[in-house]
Write a protein that binds this ligand. Structure first.
Ligand code: ADP
Ligand code: MG
Length: 241
C-alpha cells in the first residue's frame, strides 16, 4: 500500500516556483529520501504534507484517501514529524514537553509509552532540563522522541541530522534504521547527507530547483549513474567535486 501519494504538487511563493508539479509516493514500511541542495523544495514538500503550507495546486492521498481541509485532522494521529523549523517550547522541560505532546496525540497508556521513549533515547538525565538549554544533539534526540510518541505509521523528518556532530548524527541514523526495522513505519526523510541517505533510504527522490530529477529505488538510481556512492550521483547532478 502507498502511505502517501502526491500528484502534481506545486507551490508558488510570491510568484516564484518552490516546487513544480512533483509526483511521488511513500510505500508502506519503507524510507523515502528527499534529497537536493538548499532551496530545492524539500521543506516546502514536507510542510505541505503536514498541512503547515497550503499547496498552490496538486493532490495528496494518505492511506489512499484524498486529503482535503475536512478530513486532514483525522490523519494527524497516524503521522508525526521532526523539523528544525518547529522547535519544542523552550521554557518547558523535556518531561513536560513529551507529556504534553503525548496528550495532544491522544496516546494511550501515556506513562508506559513515555518510559519506553525515555529508554529508547536514554533520556533520563535530560528529563528535568529545559528544552531551550539542551545542546543541538540533545534537542534533536528529544525532537525525535516527540515524533515517535504516538507510534506514527508515517514519520516525516526534515534533515534530522543536519547541524549535528558526526557521533550524534551516526547515533540517530542507527536509531532510525533500527526503529524502522522493528516497527512497521513509513518514513519520508529529507537530507543532504548522501552517505546517510544511502544507508537509510529504500527509495530516493532528488529535487533540483523544485523539480524531480530522479525518483526510484536507491540501488537502481546508483546503477543508472554507474556509481557505488550516492554522493557521486549527487555531484554528477549538481556539479563535480
Ligand atoms: P529546501 O528545504 O530544499 O532547502 P525550501 O523548500 O525551504 O528548500 O525552499 C524552496 C524554495 O522556496 C526556495 O527558493 C525558498 O527560498 C522558497 N521558500 C521557502 N519557503 C518560503 C516562504 N515561506 N516564502 C517565500 N519563499 C519561500
Ligand atoms: Mg529545508
Amino acid at each position: 500500500m502507498k502511505k502517501i501519494e502526491v500528484k502534481n504538487l506545486t507551490k508558488i511563493f510570491n510568484g516564484k516556483l518552490a516546487i513544480n508539479q512533483i509526483n511521488f509516493s511513500l510505500k508502506e514500511n519503507s524510507i523515502l529520501g528527499v534529497l537536493g541542495p538548499n532551496g530545492s523544495g524539500k521543506s516546502t514538500t514536507i510542510g505541505i504534507l503536514l498541512g503547515l503550507i497550503k499547496q498552490t495546486s496538486g493532490e495528496i492521498y494518505i492511506n489512499d484517501t484524498y486529503i482535503n481541509k475536512k478530513n486532514r485532522f483525522k490523519f494527524l494521529n497516524i503521522m508525526n514529524f521532526a523539523s528544525p523549523y518547529t522547535e519544542l517550547p523552550k521554557r518547558l522541560s523535556v518531561i513536560e514537553n513529551l507529556s504534553i505532546y503525548a496528550r495532544l496525540y491522544n496516546v494511550k497508556n501515556i506513562k508506559d509509552r513515555l518510559e519506553e521513549i525515555y529508554d529508547y533515547f536514554e533520556l533520563y538525565d535530560l528529563l528535568g532540563k529545559k528544552t531551550g538549554e539542551l545542546s543541538s544533539g540533545q534537542k534533536t534526540k528529544v525532537a525525535l522522541a516527540k515524533a515517535l510518541i504516538n507510534k506514527p505509521q508515517i514519520l516525516l523528518l526534515d534533515e534530522p541530522t543536519a547541524s549535528l556532530d558526526p557521533v550524534v548524527a551516526d547515533y540517530l541514523k542507527t536509531f532510525i534504521y533500527k526503529y524502522k526495522k522493528k516497527n512497521n513505519i513509513s518514513i519520508l526523510l529529507s537530507s543532504h547527507n548522501m552517505q546517510e541517505a544511502q544507508t537509510l533510504c529504500d527509495n530516493i527522490m532528488i529535487l533540483k530547483k523544485g523539480e524531480v530529477v530522479e525518483l526510484g529505488q536507491t540501488n537502481l538510481v546508483l546503477d543508472k549513474y554507474k556509481k557505488k556512492k550516492l554522493e557521486d550521483v549527487y555531484f554528477k547532478i549538481f556539479g563535480e567535486k
